[in-house]
Design a protein around this ligand. Structure first.
Ligand code: KIV
Length: 263
């Protein structure tokens, strides 16, 4: 591993855009790592793109551990982010710790969980025990049934709540925050307020970095990909070429464009 949480913080401070992508297996992890990505998220989106479910809810900690092990074997430069799936951390902070340890022992360098203020005690508990935590707010797919679908979050009065969540996450000691499907002006405000990096997905061009689901950006997911994704295989000669183009476009702020962002 050569990219660390310190690298990401320095990149934010230097306004050097951060690139994340998901991967779930050894071969793609090697390819993505070789294309120069900063971090690989072994996301619970694996429930959809690997397992064929409609949501990430069915993903278990055993699934996450297995895919994290596969990815970790293929990576030599990028930071590996393990994802705590639904039901593996919400019961209490001890449950979160036990399962975060499983992901770390599977090869994750850091972990991600969904939630803002409600997860503050858990984030603190993990950070105090040496685990680097990234939170995920906005559209949190594990709560898709409660949210009533995969919808843009943080519009109107909900914007204040999202800013408070982001500030609470930083104060709890998280090293970063994923902002999913939020209006671009709100993501820009949060990015400005925080000293930790924001990683956007459907959160406009002003985030410190971007993340895409691999199968969406390669156009190989058989179902509909979200508006905020972009198919980089169009016109690319190889998958490596498509990923390098994504990295270059994030670094130069060519992606995301307005058609991938929400107002
Ligand atoms: O699981 C995942 O892939 C994610 C990204 C969409 C950020 O959480």
């Amino acid at each position: 591993m050569s990219v660390t949480v310190t690298t990401l913080k320095k990149m934010k401070d230097a306004s050097d855009k951060i690139t994340w992508i998901t991967a779930y297996d050894y071969s793609f992890a090697s390819l993505v790592d070789g294309a120069g990505i900063d971090a690989i998220l072994v996301g619970d989106s694996l429930g959809m793109v690997m397992q064929g479910h409609d949501t990430p809810v069915p993903v278990t900690i055993e699934d996450s551990v297995y895919h994290t092990q596969c990815v970790a074997r293929g990576v030599s430069n990028a930071m590996v982010v393990g994802d705590l799936p639904f039901g593996s951390y919400q019961a209490n902070k001890e449950q979160a710790y036990t399962n975060a340890v499983k992901l770390m022992q599977a090869g994750a360098h850091t972990i991600k969980l969904e939630g803002g203020e409600l997860q503050v005690e858990t984030i603190k508990f993990l950070v105090e025990r040496g685990i680097a935590v990234c939170a995920h707010i906005g559209l949190t797919p594990q709560s898709v049934h409660q949210l009533g679908g995969f919808r843009v979050q943080g519009r109107g009065d909900a914007a204040t709540r999202l800013v408070e969540d982001a500030v609470a996450i930083e104060q709890a000691g998280a090293f970063g925050v994923v902002l999913e499907a939020v209006p671009q002006a709100l993501a820009a405000e949060i990015t400005e307020r925080l000293s930790i990096p924001t990683i956007g997905i459907g959160a406009g061009p002003k985030c410190d970095g971007q993340v895409l689901v691999l199968q969406d950006m390669l156009g190989i997911y058989p179902k509909k990909s979200p508006k905020f994704s972009k198919n980089y295989m169009d016109g690319a000669h190889t998958i490596a070429n498509a990923i390098e183009t994504y990295v270059g476009e994030v670094k130069s702020s060519a992606f995301p464009a307005q058609e991938h962002s929400f107002d």
